[in-house]
Design a binder for this molecule. Structure first.
Ligand SMILES: Cc1ncc(COP(=O)(O)O)c(C=O)c1O
Length: 450
């Protein structure tokens, strides 16, 4: 056997043996089953991550070794044929080439699968590549997607323009909170995917994942959920979704230094995406580098702690901003339209997400406030993206949602003065709040307050 189990952990043993070593191996999986499903046990993301297989380093290091090889040797020529036929795969430590499976990337995939409670996961070079690869795997030319009208600008553009032009895949956009509209838009036998964000970018609308999943499944439609805004907080697959996609570039990375993504879902889906003839990950090649996968694997163990602090501060700032009379949107506030819903779906003790949005009314006011916040009081940085330890803020209409037309922005509820804030956790909460208040007072604009 390739692995030696010790104290409940797995020491990744060394082997490059021939096929004969595996006679009678109880790990044997049927031909073409590259990744076996993970055990279904799952309580919450922290427990699942702690239960995930811990990979030790080659010399007994507490951290795994990085498998930096692009290609892998075999001891016998026959093994190569068996690997290419799908008979021998990564589940038994047989690797072909790192655009296919790589052990270090696979380890990060195991962590992502544990985090989201799915059978399998595999990591990609960006969030967009994860999203586009899943959609292309689940939809053929002429396919149909029903999608929320409140989506990250890049995903909206992918669905509106790119997939229609390049693949004749069309999308009907709907208000995801209008369940009758969602139901009507899905056509049994035609619609392949229902796509939405668990908490939408940047308007923070929360999707009713159980109800939407039930509706989609009744019509034979796959549910794909982007959980970039709420790792640890929400677990869409446990609530009924089929596939969860992530931009790992955000909270999961936490360092604003890496672009990465993941597809978490059934082992059969991940395996199909790796198929040598039909797999989007294999054939379009949005591969994650093993060194990047190692970096990210080291950050996932403290994702839960980071999320709790992002969420704690976001709730505190949102509450205080509301008290001041600012127009603030945050799912943790009782006046948020889906506050009760998010409470019913959220994992215990993580809060309601690390992002809040403030509507300043006009782009001019939004820009003036951000300018004070960054350049006068050092509250945060004007930058897109999210999940960093510093607070990041951007005016969505003119930045990350600028792919949407004015009409689409209006439909999505994005006001021209909407500032999205990804709340950081460095410095003390009071120190940062006083920086916010100082910037606000420099605005000298009473019209900001209700
Ligand atoms: C919700 C959401 N999904 C997907 C993406 C795309 O991810 P990436 O930039 O890693 O490609 C982003 C942002 O960039 C996002 O905010």
């Amino acid at each position: 056997m390739a692995d030696t189990k010790t104290h409940g952990f797995v020491l990744s043993g060394k082997k490059r043996a021939g096929a004969d070593d595996f006679d009678g191996d109880d790990y044997f999986v049927a031909k073409k089953s590259l990744l076996p499903p993970l055990a279904p046990s799952w309580e919450d993301p922290a427990a699942a991550l702690a239960n995930a297989r811990h990979e030790f380093g080659e010399h007994g290091g507490v951290n795994m070794s990085i498998e930096a090889s692009a290609t892998f040797t075999v001891m016998e020529p026959e093994t190569m044929r068996r690997m290419f036929s799908g008979e021998l795969g990564p589940d038994r430590d047989f690797f072909i080439y790192s655009r296919h499976f790589n052990p270090t990337v696979l380890n990060l995939g195991r962590q992502m699968a544990a985090l989201e409670g799915t059978e399998a996961a595999y990591c990609t070079s960006s969030g967009m590549s994860a999203i586009s690869s899943v959609l292309l795997q689940l939809c053929s030319s002429g396919g149909h997607v029903v999608a929320s009208q409140k989506l990250y600008g890049g995903t909206h553009a992918l669905l509106t323009h790119f997939l229609r032009r390049a693949c004749n895949i069309t999308t009907s956009f709907v208000d995801i909170t209008d369940h009758a509209a969602v139901k009507n838009a899905m056509v049994e036998g035609k619609t392949n995917v229902l796509y939405f964000e668990a908490i939408s970018n940047p308007t923070l609308t929360v999707a009713d994942i159980p109800a939407l999943s039930r509706m989609a499944h009744d019509k034979g439609v796959n549910v794909v959920v982007d959980n970039t805004f709420a790792p640890m907080v929400l677990s869409p697959a446990r609530l009924g979704a089929d596939v969860v996609v992530h931009s790992i570039s955000k909270f999961i990375s936490g360092g604003a230094d890496i672009i990465a993504g993941a597809v978490c879902g059934p082992a059969s889906l991940v395996n199909s995406m790796m198929d040598l003839h039909q797999g989007t990950l294999m054939l379009l090649g949005p591969t994650m580098n093993a060194k990047v996968a190692f970096e990210l694997s080291e950050r996932i163990p403290h994702l839960g702690l980071r999320m709790k602090e992002h969420c704690r501060r976001a709730l505190e700032y949102a509450t205080r901003m509301k008290k001041l009379g600012l127009k603030v949107i945050y799912p943790g506030l009782e006046d948020h339209p889906q506050h009760e819903l998010v409470k019913s779906m959220a994992n215990k003790d993580y809060g309601f997400g690390g992002i809040l949005s403030v509507d300043l009314g006009t782009e001019e006011k939004a820009n003036r406030l951000m300018n004070h916040l960054q350049n006068s009081t050092q509250f945060g940085f004007m930058a897109v993206s999210l999940g960093y330890y510093e607070t990041l803020m951007s005016c969505s209409g003119s930045s990350t949602s600028s792919e949407l037309s004015a009409e689409e922005q209006e439909l999505a509820g994005i006001s021209p003065g909407l500032v999205r804030m990804s709340v950081g956790y460095i410095g003390t909460l009071e120190q940062r709040w006083s920086q916010f208040e100082k910037a606000l007072s420099r605005m000298q604009d009473s019209s900001l307050f209700k």
